[in-house]
Design a protein around this ligand. Sequence first.
Ligand SMILES: [Mg+2]
Length: 259
Amino acid sequence: MTVEPVTPESTLPYPPIHKDKKFVVLSDWDGTITTYDSNDYMTDNLGFGKAKRREGNLEILAGRDTFRDGFRKMLASIVAHGHTFEECKEILRANIKLDPGFKEFYAWCKANDIPVIIVSSGMAPLIRAVLSNLVGEEDANDIEIIANDVTVHPDGKWEIKFRHPSSGFGHDKSQAILPYRNLPNPPTLFFFGDGVSDISAAQHANLLFVKTKLDGENDLAVYCQREGIKHVLFDDFSKALPIVQSVVQGGKTIDDILA
Ligand SMILES: [Mg+2]
């Protein structure tokens, strides 16, 4: 699977680019900032179940299905089981937890003028609901979210509204990163991810952090190894923070870290 050369048209707006920063953090949400992927959680517990989900994930990784279509099937199975969007929101608020090091990581970035932008294939209203529950209203409103959206129909059924419906990724995450790379004085870009939804972004960061998964669902790590994309493995954000600090404070270069 490769990133499409054509810029896909976006159905949803982007926040303005931070033009004057030396460093920018972009991070996946599900399974990276959270300990468990909320869409996987819903599919496993409210939709067609884990075995079918993993089958679908592996089809995507093998290039036999697109992320967009595989993901749409997962979410449709939740709707088919009669679960409303509001119900899903409440279930996720009760069950999804934050990476144990993220709050401290975010506070350090904020204190050091480093924007943190969530780049997600999930649906923005669900991310906001869970984020405000975990980090509080103020920080939740500060953190930018570039994600997909949802359409809720009058009969209560709902479906994902993809940011890039013409892209096989649904949300082509490279489109959140590339405008930074194209600035006259581009910032150093840190990207954090864990899964197949991050494949579109993986190669565009200056320093890519890939989260190791205890459950063996190391899909992004497998992809990066296969494609020869250099990256740093991390268990949680408390392990990533000293590495980011060493680059920001000039103790180490990215080449040192990737060597
Ligand atoms: Mg993820």
